[in-house]
Design a protein around this ligand. Structure first.
Ligand code: IMP
Ligand code: MG
Length: 497
């Protein structure tokens, strides 16, 4: 179906991610922002990284909605109540846009969004260093500890930045608990982490109290003053927009397989980045969402950080390499890997280079593997069938495309509820359970590549035949309704018909 037909009569449209994030949501948000009056984020925080290419310029945002580039004609861009807001990052992104002469007048930040504070970044980073073998590979942006405080009823909100006395009181209570934990941690490590520029370059370190409360109050009062102009009741604003029949665009962050509720727990982020969490995080009931577009990378996939990834090219070797601090973009370029290399690790490396698969937030190489249909079927159970395929051009000169259509479970007897999995059990839909996934042997279909440059193609019928066949096979395996195909990073490099 064509995107324009799919959008007919749609008021509230959501763009979500069917995989582990980084599928190219930003581009579709940017594309759909043009037709929208309100654009809103509802989950995640500065762990997200949205890259949007517009007129040959590349923009990366962590917290501002990607629609901010369309800040014109009274469009409203919302950071919703479900977002973990690091005010330092918001202020920094606002400065960057101001320096480029771009307007941000349409930005609105939920007064009840969750506040990320220095102690959250500190605890996130301590946990990653101290938990030998238990690392999650987080982005170190304090997301887990901030949401944890929220559920622990110790959290602060953006609104607290506007009311100094309340801020001081809540901060004190919050720090009391944190400092009692931090006293058991190696003080050199604490001091070292606090010296990072994301943490005020040491400004918040206190030799006796560990964290300097006054320094936080001072700095965050400044952020409050800077942001006050944008803070409002965005839940009410967006409800009114829906009531007035305006066009609303919901912008997902991360991907469903990283969702705290639907992902490969515990290797997930700390918000529900599925359509459910997104609607809730902007204060809307999910039933008002008219269309959900699940962005899906094809015909490969990526994952950043730890956690199971059955189709990873080079398996454990790849995971170990991507974890290694010396595995940089430059180091990989120097190796000149070939996209048809018989060594899977090197083939994965070549795909990573073509797709520029290095984290927007952390610059880490993204682990790379083949498209996993059992995962996709799982995602579609929640997000529905409508999707856009992205990054097609990355595999333009790959000779053989492998697609995983099912798994053979090869582990010990294991119960998933009332279903017993035994060695040899076939799974056509994934369970997001680490004990299952680590024992799944992918079964691949081998299909011939298309060996044609696709970046300039704008109509489906002009796609090379092998690629058309591959897309037809994907539709047959999953019942996907593909409404757009992305063949390059630019807005124009999209097949809409
Ligand atoms: P956290 O969100 O920083 O707590 O990290 C938890 C996990 O989610 C780690 O594996 C991260 O690499 C992953 N993650 C968080 N945000 C993103 C994203 O925007 N893209 C891809 N992976 C992400
Ligand atoms: Mg991203």
């Amino acid at each position: 179906m064509k995107l324009s037909d799919w959008l007919r009569n749609a008021r509230v449209v959501a763009v979500v991610d069917n995989q582990f994030g980084d599928t190219g949501k930003g581009k579709f948000v940017d594309l759909l922002a043009e037709r929208s009056d309100v654009i809103a984020r509802g989950t995640g925080g500065a762990n997200a990284g949205h890259t949007v290419c517009c007129n040959g310029r590349r923009f990366s945002f962590h917290l501002l909605p990607s629609g901010i580039l369309c800040d014109a004609d009274g469009k409203v861009n919302i950071i919703g109540n479900g977002v973990a807001v690091d005010p330092r990052v918001v202020c920094h992104e606002l400065d960057t846009l101001a320096d480029m002469g771009m307007s941000t007048n349409g930005l609105r930040v939920a007064y009840n969004a969750k506040l990320v504070l220095p102690q959250h970044l500190l605890l996130d980073r301590i946990r990653e260093r101290a938990m030998a073998g238990g690392q999650l590979g987080t982005t170190g942006r304090g997301i887990g500890p901030a949401y944890r405080d929220h559920y622990d009823r110790l959290g602060l909100t953006v609104n607290d930045l506007l009311n100094v006395d309340v801020f001081v009181c809540k901060l004190r209570r919050n720090l009391e608990e944190k400092v009692s934990i931090l006293r058991h941690v190696d003080s050199d490590l604490v001091r070292h982490i606090l010296s990072h520029d994301h943490l005020g370059s040491g400004r918040f370190y206190h030799s006796t109290h560990v964290i300097d409360e006054d320094a936080i109050v001072q700095e965050y009062r400044r952020f409050g003053l800077r942001l006050a102009h944008y803070v409002t009741d965005t839940d009410a604003l967006i409800r009114q927009a829906v009531y007035d029949d305006k066009r609303v665009l919901l912008e997902g962050a991360q991907g469903i397989l990283l969702s705290i509720d639907h992902g490969t727990y515990p290797y997930v982020t700390s918000s529900d980045c599925s359509i459910h969490g997104l609607a809730r995080g902007v204060g809307l009931p999910q039933r008002v969402v008219d269309r959900t577009l699940g962005i899906t990378k094809a015909f490969y996939m990526t994952r950043v950080g730890e956690g199971p990834f059955p189709t990873e090219l080079g398996r454990e070797r790849s995971a170990a390499w991507c974890r290694d601090a010396t595995a940089t973009r430059e180091a990989e370029t120097a190796q000149q890997p070939d996209i048809n290399d018989a060594d899977e690790l090197r083939q994965g490396m070549a795909i990573r280079q073509r797709g520029d698969e290095y984290g927007t937030t952390t610059m880490r190489p993204r682990r790379t593997g083949w498209l996993d249909v059992p995962f996709l079927r799982y995602a579609m159970n929640i997000h529905g069938c409508d999707m856009a395929l992205t990054m097609i051009d990355v595999l333009d000169d790959c000779d053989v495309i492998k697609v995983c259509t099912k798994y053979f479970y090869q582990g010990p007897d294991y119960y998933i509820g009332d279903r017993l999995l035994q060695a040899g059990t076939i799974l056509t839909t994934a369970y997001p359970d680490v004990n299952v996934l680590t024992h799944c042997q992918p079964h691949y279909k081998h299909l011939p590549g298309w060996n044609t440059l696709t970046r300039d193609i704008r109509k489906r019928e002009h796609l090379p035949l092998n690629l058309q066949n591959l897309i037809a096979a994907l539709i047959q395996w999953t019942s996907a309704n593909i409404v757009a195909i992305s063949v390059g990073p630019d807005r124009e490099q999209t097949i809409l018909q």
